[in-house]
Design a protein around this ligand. Sequence first.
Ligand SMILES: Cc1cc2nc3c(=O)[nH]c(=O)nc-3n(C[C@H](O)[C@H](O)[C@H](O)COP(=O)(O)OP(=O)(O)OC[C@H]3O[C@@H](n4cnc5c(N)ncnc54)[C@H](O)[C@@H]3O)c2cc1C
Length: 419
Amino acid sequence: MKLSFFILSKRSRKKREGDYNLKTKKILILGAGAAGTIVANKLARDLRREIARDEVEITILDKSDMNINQAGFTFVPFGFYTPDDIRRPRRKLISPRVKAIFGEDGEVARVDLENREVTVKSGKKYFYDYLLIATGCTQDVESVPGLSKDFNTFYTSLEDTLRLKESLQTLSKGKIVVLTIKMPIPCPGAPAKFTVLLDDYLRYVKRARENFDITFLWPIPTVGPPPYNSNITKAFEERKINDVREFKFSEIDAEKKEVVSADGERIKYDFLVTIPPHKGIKALYDSGITDENGWVPADKYTLQYKKSETEKHDEVYVAGDAGPLEILKTGVTAHYQAFTVAQNLIYDVLGTGDKVHYLGNVGCPYVGSTLTPDSRGKAFLAVWSYGLKPRPFVPTEAGWYFYRMYYYIYWDLTVKAII
Ligand SMILES: Cc1cc2nc3c(=O)[nH]c(=O)nc-3n(C[C@H](O)[C@H](O)[C@H](O)COP(=O)(O)OP(=O)(O)OC[C@H]3O[C@@H](n4cnc5c(N)ncnc54)[C@H](O)[C@@H]3O)c2cc1C
């Protein structure tokens, strides 16, 4: 009996050898944020049989073991979400079918596309057949004259966001300036959203809006596409927020508490909130695989690595904020791209020869007002794509409730690649 079982299982293994290439195909994912985690979980589910048969191995690397939903940073200073609402240990989010490696063994130090090799901080090396770069982006505070001497922000980390919350609580009057230095930034709607939330907070929580002056300094003519821009322009007018567009930043004079423009204009502040410039991560830049600001070049439809017509790697994909400068950096973008890339990795591994295209789907949530004694809260998700302009919209109460709720369902539906 035992012998026949051994012969049978040997035979079925032989049959499998005929059916499949038994060399394990290695998919390596760099970065376990929004995009990386969605891709890992979709692959883990759709390739579960191949993983069980050791035909496919999925590894994901990240420098930290905690996933933080940065979109929550805009709301934390005003008490809409707590730190625990917007963070989860990565181990609870990533399928056990995926090898997840965090800390120094997961912190990418160098990427060698020619040799298909990634080196991490500890010196360990990982080899791959397919690579996904999803390492997001980072802030460039040092490049901004004067910023490190007076830096309050909700754009960098949960710690900085909580510090900002405390500072806002202590303010009783004065001029608050919300300064965005330059594009690109992740979620270019967030500074305007923050300013609306700040206005409501001063009106309805502090009940002292008349003691404050709010100025919004913005580097380009519009905030988002035309329908987004017209809504926010109107909201700022109604709220008496000083709305300064095309502000050409030069430096922060922290001694005098002034923001100085390139034309020499000096804007006084009592409290400054700054959205710093962003760039791709240093390890990728140092590896020589990015543009001059660290963004990873890719074909805008397939998201496969493409620096030039001759310098391309079809086995390398990029998703999320790490990607090309031209594609808007939002969580909604990362979500759409992650599904496209995951499906193409599945096709690649199974050798079907198929390809799905990313059609430029992006989105930016708009907040017109929060839930206050005078308003039920109004929001809207503006979406568009390469071929589809965003439609004119009016923010709705349903939009506000959905947006508030989304931060909870995000963990169980989006990140787990269910929707
Ligand atoms: C204040 C703020 C508000 C926002 N609001 C919204 C919003 O309302 N809606 C929306 O759609 N989007 C919003 N966004 C944008 C959204 O958060 C990002 O677009 C999204 O997180 C991008 O996903 P990603 O996977 O590309 O990057 P991330 O989620 O940032 O993940 C990148 C991962 O790479 C890891 N990593 C970095 N360097 C290394 C390294 N060397 N080695 C290993 N791992 C590394 C990081 O630890 C991180 O886990 C907001 C962003 C901010 C900052």
